[in-house]
Design a protein around this ligand. Structure first.
Ligand SMILES: *Cc1c(COP(=O)(O)O)cnc(C)c1O
Length: 248
């Protein structure tokens, strides 16, 4: 089996090729390592590999990790604390969040990509303000309309983004989606294109608090090329780096 370093390099090459084909600067696309089910040792090894690879490219930015469950986040937090404090690692929450888990989550995350309703946004803003900090958030949009997927409907995305942007304690940095489960590349791409249109409407609309809302977190191991072609600024990769996850 190839090493983590080799797998990461292969994923990075896929992203770079997709960006170049789309006439984009590859440096405009960050990798987020989706670390669900991976233990702290594996996550740390991936951080080392990602840091090495980035350095070889002249990129000294932080390594971006994504966790889905607060319980897993809390378990791995001690191993990551020093790297997060040093600005070497950023951790995004990319899974569904219950309001009663916000306080457990806050100390370890730098951002959350899954705001999909006003009540969650309000609770996050309140807890962040009480903790004396600001939290970077993205609005998750269900572009495919698949029942199994979280996210606000596209028709409600702009209004939710404006609500989030106006809250003290939260900084709206962009939008996130999970691509359609379809064999048809055209269908998958159309969803990513929809997210970009929503981002553009909000970013160019100029409402208060929206000037930083430029991120598009979209694309995973199997569809990252399509997402990069449609403007992804963050692709979230698990399987392509860590291998198949054990069945839950
Ligand atoms: C697991 C996960 C990913 C990564 O998926 P892979 O198919 O393993 O690359 C990306 N985003 C979210 C929200 C996830 O839960």
């Amino acid at each position: 089996m190839p090493s983590l370093h080799d797998r990461l390099a292969a994923v990075r090459a896929r992203v770079d090729d997709a960006a170049t084909s789309a006439g984009r600067d590859p440096a405009g696309v960050r990798l987020l390592l989706a670390t669900k089910t991976q233990d702290a040792g594996t996550v740390l090894a991936a951080v080392v590999a990602a840091t090495d690879l980035a350095a070889a490219r002249g990129d000294d930015g932080a390594v971006l990790l994504g966790e889905n469950r607060v319980q897993e986040l809390v378990t791995k937090a001690p191993a990551l604390a020093e790297l997060v404090a040093a600005g070497r690692v950023e951790v995004h929450m990319i899974g569904n969040l219950q309001r009663n888990k916000i306080n457990q989550m806050l100390p370890t995350v730098t951002g959350l990509e899954t705001v999909d309703r006003v009540s969650l946004a309000d609770a996050l803003a309140d807890r962040a303000a009480r903790a004396g900090r600001s939290l970077d958030v993205m609005v998750q949009v269900n572009v495919s309309g698949e029942e199994s997927k979280s996210g606000v409907a596209p028709s409600g995305a702009v209004a939710l983004a404006h609500h989030v942007a106006a809250l003290d304690g939260l900084r709206l940095t962009g939008f996130m989606t999970i691509g359609a489960r379809s064999q048809d590349d055209g269908v998958v791409r159309a969803g990513f294109s929809r997210l970009r249109a929503i981002r553009d409407e909000v970013l160019h609309g100029g409402a208060p608090g929206t000037s930083a809302a430029r991120e598009l977190s979209m694309g995973m191991s199997t569809d990252l090329e399509l997402a990069v072609a449609e403007g992804a600024t963050i692709v979230r990769v698990g399987t392509a780096v860590f291998g198949e996850r054990p069945a839950a």
